[in-house]
Design a protein around this ligand. Structure first.
Ligand code: RUB
Length: 304
């Protein structure tokens, strides 16, 4: 569990889905190898670890939702002995992973259909959801090209470019500051999602907001691929999404400067008005309709 926590914190595991999956797997392995003497002891061990895992990336509701889902299901388990709880953890881990795998397939299908033949697409950062959409569109035989921002400071966009190029998709890599120059040649922008708020705003990798502004001023459609588990239910009750501030050394070596402050926010917030629609597992949804759709899923899966 400590290793997964460290890997997530250091971005060796990155992207909302991969983080949520890794955290759930880590918690389940801890449950299985636990020597807790009774159910209460096991649950308190797991809660402590869940708190730590949830703190690894503060702007990741899917991670928190995955953990909440597990504890909600554990809470419903009638048998409270260690062995039954361990079995329940394993069963619910599998069920969550199956659900999100099925969701990913649906998002890929909806998203791929939305890509016009011959489209020039701009993407940002590295999102497993986006990659699935683009690979699915390629498999459907659609012709399109993808331009990837390299995504400073940690260059996750290079990872996207590599994966897409290796898949046989026509791919171009640009520096982040070239977005305004290339936007007039784009048909759509596709980004992932770390968090979606109750008002339909999108929290995603730093730079997404600037790209949304540039897309709007060029009349280019802007979509975010987000499964509903990216929704942060706390935003419905006035909670705001905390923006993770990462280590300044990711931007530059602080000791190379005197009297210079280095800021390194990992994410920014794109208001709903810039988002044409969210590509979700239940279809393509305009931001204004999202809350109604998402509430149903959350009331069933993980009521607060
Ligand atoms: C990654 C990022 C991705 C979302 C969605 O940021 O912003 O767009 O997490 O990814 P970081 P996915 O590299 O800081 O984690 O679609 O895989 O959930």
């Amino acid at each position: 569990m400590q290793k997964t926590y460290a890997d997530i914190k250091a971005l060796r595991i990155q992207g909302a889905r991969s983080i949520a999956k890794a955290a759930l797997n880590a918690l389940a392995s801890q449950a299985i190898s636990s020597n807790a003497k009774n159910g209460d002891e096991l649950l308190s061990e797991l809660m402590e670890s869940a708190d730590l895992l949830a703190s690894s990336r503060p702007t990741e509701p899917m991670l928190r939702n995955a953990l909440r889902f597990l504890f909600f299901r554990l809470g419903k388990e009638k048998k409270r002995d260690v062995s039954s709880l361990k079995k329940c953890v394993e069963k619910e881990r599998k069920s969550f992973l199956l659900n999100i795998e099925r969701d990913l397939g649906r998002i890929a299908e909806f998203g791929a259909k939305r890509i016009p033949d011959g489209a020039h697409i701009l993407i940002h950062c590295h999102s497993t959801t986006l990659i699935s959409i683009l690979e699915r569109a390629h498999d459907m035989g659609k012709e399109f090209s993808v331009t990837c921002t390299e995504t400073r400071p940690l260059f996750q966009g290079r990872m996207s470019a590599k994966e897409l190029g290796d898949y046989g998709i026509d791919t171009t890599l640009i520096v982040d500051s070239a977005v305004a120059s290339v936007m007039p040649g784009m048909d759509i922008v596709l980004v992932g999602a770390d968090a979606v708020t109750s008002s339909g705003d999108l929290v995603n990798k730093i730079g997404t907001l600037a790209i949304a502004h540039i897309a709007a001023s060029n009349d280019v459609k802007f979509y975010s691929a987000a499964e509903l588990y990216k929704y942060d239910p706390l935003t419905r009750w006035g909670g705001t999404e905390e923006i993770e501030e990462r280590d300044p050394s990711e931007v530059a070596n602080p000791s190379d400067f005197k009297k210079v402050r280095i800021k390194n926010p990992a994410f920014d917030i794109t208001p709903a008005k810039y988002i044409s629609a969210y590509i979700t597992e239940i279809g393509i949804i305009p931001p204004g309709s999202l809350l109604g759709m998402v509430t149903k899923k959350f009331d069933m899966d993980i009521p607060l």
